[in-house]
Design a binder for this molecule. Sequence first.
Ligand code: 9MR
Length: 861
Amino acid sequence: MPRTAVRRRRLGVAVLTALALGAAAAAPAAQAQDEEPTDLITNGDFAAGTNGWWTTANLTGAVADGEWCIDVPGGTANAWDAIVGQDGLPLVTGESYELRFTARASTDVSVRALVQRPVDPWPTAVEEFPLLTSEAQDFSYAFTASADWSDAQLAFQIGRNAEPWQFCLSEVQLLTGAEPPVYEPDTGPRVRVNQVGYLPDGPKQATLVTEATDPVPWQLRNAEGALVAEGDSTPHGPEATSGESVHVIDFSGGSATGEGFTLTADGETSYPFAIGGNPYRDMAVDAMSFFYPQRSGIAIDDTIAPGYGREAGHVDVAPNQGDSAVPCYAEACDYTLDVAGGWYDAGDHGKYVVNGGISVAQLMSVYERALHAPTGDASLLEDGSLRIPEHGDGVPDVLDEARWEVEFLLSMQVPAGEELAGMAHHKIHDENWTGLPLLPADDPQPRYLYPPSTAATLNLAAAAAQAARLFAPYDAEFAAECLEAAETAWAAALAHPDVYAPDTSPAGGGPYGDSNVSDEFYWAAAELFLTTGKKTYEEHVLDSKLHEDDVFGPGAFSWASVAAIAKLDLALVPNALPGRDDVVAQVVAGADNYLELQAASPWGLSYGSSGTFDWGSNSAVLNELVVVATAFDLTGEAQYRDGVLGGLDYLLGRNALGNSYVTGYGSHDSHNMHSRWYANQLDPSLPNPPAGTLAGGPNSVTATWDPIAQRWLNGCAPQRCYIDDIGSWATNELTINWNAPLAQIANFAAEQAGTVSTSPSCKVEYRINGQWPGGFNAQILVTNTGAEPLQDLTLTWALPTGQSIVHSWSVALVQDGHTVTATELGGGYDLKPGRTYSFGLIGSKDARTAVAPASVSCSAG
Ligand code: 9MR
């Protein structure tokens, strides 16, 4: 931990020190570093009993030998339900202070120690969570005040324990003239690599942090220490996002594979990494299995998610008030809704429709991509593939997981007969923010539905429309229910097109404010068109101004900005949109732009060139990679595949902090994410987040910083504005909308392992020559565009949803699910340069227009 906290183990009760004596009722203002420190605390040694201190009414205690021992009742929910404090402390902007105290407890417990202004919204100068044991320990925390406060409060918040316990405090000081805290994260070796591994035929780059201006030699060694490859680095010089001077090391050549490789340069040796294997297969499963323990309304089974079993949250079992009959906030409606289920959004207990919509859409897109992308493999997602309870139902697990959320989204719709019928409530959450830790089942707060919004309504429409087409083969009734809800939502949004969720929210949940919903209209229209083919949705897509716009800016898309998702789906999911090729071209152009930015970055990073790393920047990095991955699916060009693989390096350790942002992956990983139930940092009996959890990542947008970030990240270079501390909700939260793109990209990367990057020179044209109700015929033409004959040619493609092969000629065609494999083209003879083979097929289809598959891949023997 990058703390200045000193935790000296002591035996027995603390001894008073000279420093504690000068109680300062009237502390001096700014004080030079070389002056004697002043203690702002009154009676911190308890020589005068509890004079100067106060407690909440539920606490009693006694002072003996300079130590105040307090009996804390059990059964409270929040840390602040029991407080010991002192008021009226003067803090001066820019001055640094040291908070010191000695404490012990009758049981191992973490408490919340903070210096704050005791006025809403409770701005905090320092917030810490010391872990107390039965032995007295000394704690010391330095911080710098960022405002002048004449009335700061020191508070020890000691509530939220189920059982009664005793808290003993002594030697409390708040000293002026402290050394300002300095953030010195453990960034590990200056040779920054993807700590998980590289694919043998993928790009292999690392970044060396060094002041050297000339190239420096590097060596790649295997696990036995034998030299495998060597070369010279390419100096880049100072780099703004990291605030470091760096070189790039490219070790892409070579054929060595195995575990435990290291890269040495400039006297530093990297963390070990693998070349080969398929590290992304486990990561894909973990990233998708992340969602099960995020579920609300169901007990998490420890045999399914070992270490993560817990009681059901927000069902009708006290102290939960349950989500089965939730009223509107401020009595804004006279109905209640049963909104049990769904996923908790993040580290909080809230459930938000806009964010739920985009997250579940991205998770469903893992499956949909597998259906339509040439390297996609839906068999990897089949029933039984994830750690979830719904095994044996014949439904791909990722769809089962998605359904948990889709059903929740549908439940958030305003019932028929109400004024806003068909719209979706924006969110449901607690009346007030709860403290950490707090298991979902222990949350005692009342919860409310917050007003419907056009954005939430359209996100529901988009996600439910996508669900309708994906669930159709598995559960026609559910698919129909989803489609009906989506079309109802669409109509409601048209009727109420400007009901905006505000940027500020009542306490207890995030706002997810959004006052531009043109992108939500575009996305919902696109999904409804893809599912139904209806003219009305087609017209909305074509009429949207966004249809022509370049929407592939920094971060590509997010919960507030969803137009890019529409374009990705219009480009990849087979459909008959007029001018669809233009959408494909836009996606590819967007990806080209990201590749250009990536090539210019010595970290292989397309995101952040503007210098801003937004809240959840790691998801922005991933969403850009989703665009690049889609360009690969559409074109088959290896540069896009390499762009995705190279982009993952940043998240897995090739970055300014030498940190892997995915729990359980890499030598130095994020594992103290902000969460009320993966709160191991605060309570060792609780787990860390599950393997495959993504941290939000660097956040350089200062206005949103939390107290931990404010304390440690002042003046940070953008990439370094991150701290793996549970208190840093602005840099280190986990959320459903950040893990969903990790699931997408990990699945994509997993499919690339073992694929051959050299594609044979063949061009495929897939013509739909005719169609009639229920059927179509197609002709496929394959041309050898290279100089060598092509032997044993095999074509594969994914049949668009609703189609299947009935009959074929001049080819051997095998259909397995959506996947079609064509062999024995032209009777099995070699295809000579410049020559074309042609074969044909008759297919059946549903009511949709027959269209060609998204792409056809071609391999030769
Ligand atoms: O991800 C959200 C980010 O874009 C916003 O800037 C931020 C502040 O409004 O809120 C983030 O969302 C949080 C939500 O409001 C509550 N649950 C946790 C989310 C992630 O931090």
